[in-house]
Design a protein around this ligand. Structure first.
Ligand SMILES: Nc1nc2c(c(=O)[nH]1)N(C=O)[C@@H](CNc1ccc(C(=O)N[C@@H](CCC(=O)O)C(=O)O)cc1)CN2
Ligand SMILES: Nc1ncnc2c1ncn2[C@@H]1O[C@H](COP(=O)(O)OP(=O)(O)OP(=O)(O)O)[C@@H](O)[C@H]1O
Length: 196
C-alpha cells in the first residue's frame, strides 16, 4: 500500500481522536439533518448504514429516525477473508463489542443481499473531491461495493475528512458518487466514459 495513503490515514485518524464529546454531538446533529435532506434517503426502502466507532461520523440518531419511519436498515458484518455482508437491525440496542470499538450484531440476524439495498452510506477515514475513499486499510468496502452500483454509494464523514489533495487511486478502489458531511453535500461529477 502507498506511503501517501498510510500517512494521510494516520493524520486524519489523529484529528478524529482529538474530537471532544460536544463537538461530536453538534456535528452529529447537522450530519443527520443533511442525510435526511437527501432525496436518495427519502426514496429508499432499504439503507445500509454503519455503527460508528469512537470518533467516527455518527449515524445513530439518523438510524433511529429511519427505523421509526419503517425503512429497513442493515449494517456491515465482517466475515472471514475480509468479506462483508449486510445484517438487518431492528433497533439500536443489543450489540456486542467488536474490534476497534465497533458494535457488532449478535448472530441470528437476517442477511440482506446487495441487490435489495437502495443506498449504502459508506464510512471513510478520508475522501477527496473525486469521490476516492480512504478506509481503515482492510479493503472490506472495496470488496463489498463491487456489488453496489456507483449511484447508490454515498460517503458519510466529518467535514474535515474531505481532503483538497487527491487520494492516490489503486485499481481495486471503489469510489462514491456523493459525500455527505456535517457541513455540506458534495455530488461527484462522473467524467464521461469513465466506469467506476
Ligand atoms: N463503523 C464502521 N464499521 C465498519 C467499518 C468502518 O470503517 N466503520 N469497516 C470498514 O472497513 C469495516 C470494519 N473494518 C475493520 C478494519 C480493520 C479491523 C482490524 O484491524 N481489526 C484488528 C484488530 C484491531 C484492534 O482491535 O486494534 C484485527 O481483527 O486483528 C477491523 C475492522 C466494517 N464495519
Ligand atoms: N476486490 C478486491 N479483491 C481482492 N483484494 C482487494 C480488493 N479490494 C481491495 N483489496 C485489497 O485490500 C487491501 C486494502 O485496500 P485499501 O487500502 O484500499 O482499503 P480501504 O479502502 O482503506 O479499507 P476499507 O475498505 O476496509 O475501509 C489492499 O491491499 C488490496 O490488495
Amino acid at each position: 500500500m502507498s506511503d501517501i495513503k498510510q500517512c494521510l490515514r494516520k493524520k486524519v485518524l489523529a484529528e478524529r481522536r482529538a474530537l471532544s464529546f460536544d463537538r461530536i454531538s453538534s456535528m452529529s446533529l447537522t450530519l443527520t439533518e443533511n442525510l435526511l435532506a437527501l432525496p436518495e434517503v427519502n426514496d429508499a426502502s432499504c439503507i445500509m448504514a454503519f455503527l460508528a466507532m469512537p470518533g467516527e461520523s455518527n449515524l445513530d440518531e439518523f438510524i433511529r429516525i429511519m427505523l421509526k419511519k419503517g425503512t429497513r436498515i442493515c449494517i456491515p458484518v465482517c466475515l472471514p477473508k475480509r468479506q462483508m455482508e449486510a445484517g438487518r437491525i431492528m433497533d439500536m440496542e443489543h450489540f456486542e463489542k467488536g474490534p476497534l470499538g465497533l458494535r457488532n450484531i449478535p448472530s441470528g440476524y437476517d442477511v440482506i443481499e446487495p441487490e435489495q439495498i437502495d443506498l449504502v452510506l459508506v464510512p471513510a477515514v478520508a475522501c477527496d473531491r473525486q469521490g476516492r475513499r480512504l478506509g481503515m486499510g482492510a479493503g472490506y468496502y472495496d470488496r463489498y461495493l463491487v456489488h453496489v452500483p456507483y449511484e447508490k454509494r454515498i460517503a458519510a464523514l466529518w467535514d474535515f475528512q474531505v481532503l483538497d489533495e487527491d487520494i492516490p487511486g489503486e485499481p481495486f478502489d471503489q469510489n462514491v458518487s456523493a459525500i455527505v458531511t456535517d457541513k455540506r453535500i458534495i455530488r461527484i461529477r462522473k467524467p464521461n466514459g469513465v466506469k467506476f
